[in-house]
Design a protein around this ligand. Structure first.
Ligand SMILES: [Zn+2]
Length: 159
């Protein structure tokens, strides 16, 4: 037993506890954590997109970072897009958008960003789900591309 009076507050060792974090800081931290998880969840598709984009760069293509995505166009990227049956002017793979040229990437930017959010929700399951949805739509007599629910969402939100 000591002769000192009991302390009513814990020792601070010279440091003040500082202000309590505001609820907004908690919300921002949660939003940052959710975004980080979404980017990681979409990363296998992003890796595929970067691979295609790098091949495009090595064959005369270009790249820029815009609205949270890497955008590749020209070179081998344009060559590849022209070989798809639906002849897209742009397409999305995770956080990568591939385009015929920079003008098409600007024109399709909002539509492709809807697909980016879809990749963030579906992650590695997005491409199989997209293909299966197209197959079911086609099987039922619809248009495999335009009636695919992922495209319907993108066209409804962004045109
Ligand atoms: Zn689309």
């Amino acid at each position: 037993m000591t002769d000192q009076a009991p302390r009513s507050t814990p020792p601070t060792h010279g440091l003040s506890p500082g202000p309590k974090p505001s609820p907004n800081k908690h919300l921002l931290a949660i939003a940052a954590l959710r975004k980080t998880i979404a980017v990681l969840w979409a990363s296998p598709n992003t890796g595929l997109g970067v691979t295609v984009g790098l091949i495009g760069l090595a064959t005369g293509g270009r790249v820029q970072f815009r609205d949270g995505c890497l955008e590749f166009w020209g070179g081998g990227v344009a060559w590849l897009l022209r070989r798809f049956p639906v002849r897209p002017v742009a397409m999305c793979l995770g956080h990568v958008v591939l385009g015929l040229d920079a003008a098409y990437l600007r024109r399709c930017g909002r539509h492709e960003r809807v697909h980016v959010r879809q990749y963030e929700r579906w992650g590695p399951l997005f491409l199989p789900a997209y293909g299966l949805a197209s197959l079911i739509v086609w099987w039922r007599g619809g248009r495999a591309y335009r009636d695919n629910p992922f495209e319907v969402e993108a066209y409804n939100e962004a045109g």
